[in-house]
Design a protein around this ligand. Structure first.
Ligand code: NDP
Ligand code: OXD
Length: 324
């Protein structure tokens, strides 16, 4: 068999996923494609030359390179930073998770924490613990500005929901974007103006060499503190490597930040000795702002494999030069 025909015939699917959903993915893939066609890491056995497609989430680096006839890699999430860090990643299309279901779930997290800030929920919870009945002035959502960093698929979805609740929404992206009802800024040149307008900063950026460490003390000091929100707040549901944990703590201590809700961290799980765990104005969640429903993603993968087999280009592929 020639190399080209071996590649054509390779249609087995490798699943290499970390986490509690790995077994569910294995069941769903077997049900959708047939047990014969699905190999589950680390029991996949050899030869890997039969593998045409790999479905991965935090898989060991080097594994895709062992599949000589790979046609595409499906990342089981939106952010592909772990996969792209594989130094020997084969030069095949990498498809990431893009679906309204995922955007909705991450947007729920964003809206939840924007409203927690806006409705002073931390203050009322403290009052309840003390049996204190006291109302505080409540501004309208239209008096508060939420700034979204990352106006991609998820950022634009969250922006639409926040607009529907009446918030002023501004957004920042790498390239110029036009989003209905949202004042947009882009690039280094637009960053300071975006920050000066923003009271509640929502980060929905991918981790790339350009975004690494962006949420540092110098940046947090540029947020608007004297608006109706009563201070500046940070919500990060993008990637942990975009933030500098020690700088967030410093910003909280000096008053540049009034509070933070963090779903992602440079080191996950968040180390037990991190001061963020116990900080009274920080909410920590275990990187679960949004996972796409595996049933939906497996159907998406099936749709894309069918495209690939008809010779059509794959959708939602990562641009490796941009890094997302
Ligand atoms: P997209 O790729 O659709 O959007 C990324 C956005 O970030 C784009 O607007 C892009 O700008 C912008 N961006 C990238 N680099 C820069 C930069 N250097 N400067 C300014 N803006 C930049 O991604 P999604 O919206 O689908 O997802 C966003 C991220 O959310 C994912 O990468 C993932 O890391 C994270 N995520 C986290 C989850 C969680 O559970 N916490 C769940 C799902 C996703 P431009 O529009 O110009 O390209
Ligand atoms: C993702 C995630 O990128 O869950 O999808 O973090």
């Amino acid at each position: 068999m020639t190399r080209a025909s071996a590649a054509m015939q390779a249609d087995a699917i490798l699943l290499a996923a970390e986490g509690e959903q790995a077994e569910l993915y294995a069941r769903l893939l077997r049900a959708r494609f047939g047990a014969q066609r699905v190999r589950v890491w680390p029991q996949q056995g050899e030869p890997l030359s039969e593998i045409g497609y790999a479905c991965v989430w935090k898989a060991p680096h080097g594994l895709p390179a062992r599949c000589p006839n790979l046609k595409a890699i499906f990342n089981l999430g939106a952010g592909a930073d772990h996969l792209l860090a594989d130094p020997v990643l084969p030069d095949v299309p990498v498809v990431r998770a893009v679906h309204r279901d995922l955007s909705m779930r991450v947007s729920e997290y964003v809206v939840l924490h924007v409203l927690m800030v806006h409705r002073r929920q931390r203050l009322y919870a403290a009052q309840q613990r003390e049996g204190v009945w006291q109302a505080h002035a409540q501004p309208g959502a239209n008096e508060v500005t939420v700034g979204i960093m990352g106006l991609g698929y998820i950022g634009q979805h969250a922006a639409g929901l926040l607009r529907a609740l009446g918030f002023n929404v501004v957004g920042w992206s790498r390239t110029q974007k036009s989003v209905p009802g949202v004042e947009t800024f882009h690039g280094d040149a637009g960053l300071d103006a975006f920050l000066a307008r923003t009271e509640i900063l929502v980060c929905l950026l991918p981790a790339t060499p350009q975004t690494e460490g962006l949420l540092n003390l110098a940046l947090l000091r540029k947020l608007r503190r004297d608006g109706a929100a009563g201070g500046a707040f940070l919500i990060n549901a993008g990637r942990g490597r975009v933030q500098v944990d020690a700088d967030i703590v410093a910003a909280l201590e000096e008053g540049a930040l009034a509070g933070a809700a963090l779903d992602v961290f440079p080191v996950e799980p968040l180390p037990a000795d991190s001061p963020l765990w116990r900080h009274p104005r920080v909410t920590v969640t275990p990187h679960n702002a949004g996972d796409i429903a595996p049933e939906i993603l497996v159907e998406e993968i099936a749709r894309q494999i069918a495209r690939c087999e008809r010779g059509l280009p794959l959708e939602n592929t990562i641009d490796r030069t941009r890094g997302y």
